[in-house]
Design a protein around this ligand. Structure first.
Ligand code: ADP
Length: 401
């Protein structure tokens, strides 16, 4: 029997899962359960020989879904000689408590619960996934991998907000940062790709997906990042505003009488590329509209690119100069135009675009600057699930030793 790692990314209404062979670092299957928490929950499992659809998922809660997915896979696992030796969970917020991934036991899970006020939408769903896995696979060790952990190395001057001190001491109001698993992975892969020690590179990583964030990396660790207490801070994203004047919510409230909750929702769900373009939160659709001459779509792209370049330049303060700039995430890996625009805007930092190389790279790793460019920019496809599988494997086999 070969030991595999189940990776779970549990949201409130969907659960993404994948099974890894940790020795070969190979994904064996993946899938998604949707409408979780409703009687209409369903799951799709993508196996090498095709897809399986599961519809009768009981009452559809996290436990029912996981139990049904695993029983639906039982014959395949047996046939392949696989068993699940560890479960790795993506956990959104680890507060100041978690600096790295952790084996989940009663004590560490209680500490993850303590972080619920910091991520009231995400952590409860993540925890529901952990509890479901504990019920369905009681003998199998569980590991938590946090979006925030990589950024716990930020110095206080980067993570503190200039606000009343008890907001920090009593409420934990500070910058935490997110997408840490992705920033950690692509920074390591970029150094490997360039065959240079990560510790010697002053690096900025740009994770540009539906959510977008940047991280400044020095000596191999995060020294600053664009997201803050919540994933709303920083650059423009698909539906999130990124930085706005903190006076905006109060102003909108005064003028419209809207509840703060609604305004926060608008900043998270109706802003960003969607808000500016009025077309979509999806980069491909915005590009298509801009190409058709839609002025709002064009403006959305301009604001996105300008703010991105501006933030990268700001993070160069944290790294005290830049050696390497990395693009990742759906937009960073595929959108050749945004990469070209950012590099052109940042020419003064020493980035020289290789247009041919840039235009040719979609979804694969590669360098997009010229050989004589003082700063190297490259594309590195991210793989957060692989990191979760690796961490879960490492922590649970270490525990065995
Ligand atoms: P998530 O953050 O949900 O994991 P992704 O990393 O998949 O999201 O990124 C989604 C974004 O990537 C969307 O804005 C999508 O339009 C964009 N994207 C995906 N493929 C392309 C492409 N070929 N060209 C431009 N943008 C793309």
């Amino acid at each position: 029997m070969s030991a595999t790692v189940l990776v779970l990314n549990s949201g409130s209404s969907s659960v993404k899962f994948a099974l890894y062979d940790p020795e070969r670092e190979q994904e064996l299957l993946s899938g998604i359960a949707e409408r979780v928490g409703t009687p209409r929950a369903s799951a799709t499992i993508r196996l090498p020989d095709g897809e399986r659809e599961l519809t009768d998922l009981g009452d559809g809660d996290h436990q029912a879904v996981l139990s049904r997915v695993l029983s639906g896979l039982g014959d395949w696992l047996d046939e392949q000689g696989h068993h699940i030796a560890a479960v790795g969970h993506r956990l959104v917020h680890g507060g100041e408590r978690f600096h790295s991934s952790v084996v989940l036991d009663e004590e560490t899970l209680a500490a993850v619960r303590d972080c619920i006020p910091l991520a009231p939408l995400h952590n409860p769903a993540n925890i529901a996934g952990v509890e479901a896995a504990q019920q369905v696979l009681p003998e199998v060790p569980q590991v938590g991998v946090f979006d925030t952990a990589f950024h716990q190395t930020m110095p206080a001057h980067a993570y503190r907000y200039a606000v009343p001190p008890e907001w920090y001491s009593d409420l934990g109001v500070r910058r935490y940062g997110f997408h840490g698993t992705s920033h950690r992975y692509v920074s390591q892969r970029a150094a490997e790709f360039l065959d240079r020690p990560l510790a010697e590179l002053r690096m900025i990583t740009a994770h540009l997906g539906n959510g977008c964030s940047l991280t400044a990396i020095r000596d191999g660790v995060s020294v600053d990042t664009s997201m803050g207490l919540t994933p709303l801070e920083g650059v423009v994203m698909g539906t999130r505003s990124g930085d706005v004047d903190p006076g905006v919510p109060g102003y909108v409230q005064d003028r419209t009488g809207a509840e703060l909750e609604q305004i926060t929702l608008d900043l998270n769900k109706r802003s960003g590329l969607l808000g500016l373009s009025g077309v979509s939160n999806d980069m491909r659709e915005i590009r298509a509209a801009a190409d058709d001459g839609d002025p709002d779509a064009r403006l959305a792209l301009e604001v996105f690119g300008y703010r991105l370049a501006k933030y990268i330049a700001a993070l160069a303060v944290a790294t005290e100069g830049v050696d390497v700039l990395v693009f990742t995430g759906g937009i960073g890996e595929n959108d050749t135009q945004i990469r070209a625009e950012v590099l052109q805007r940042l020419g003064f930092l020493g980035l020289r675009l290789d247009s041919g190389a840039n235009d040719a790279l979609r979804g694969e790793p590669g360098v997009i600057t010229t050989e004589d460019s003082p700063v190297t920019a490259l594309v590195i496809p991210t793989d957060e699930e692989l990191v979760i599988a690796r961490d879960a494997h490492q922590l649970t086999t270490e525990a065995d030793r």
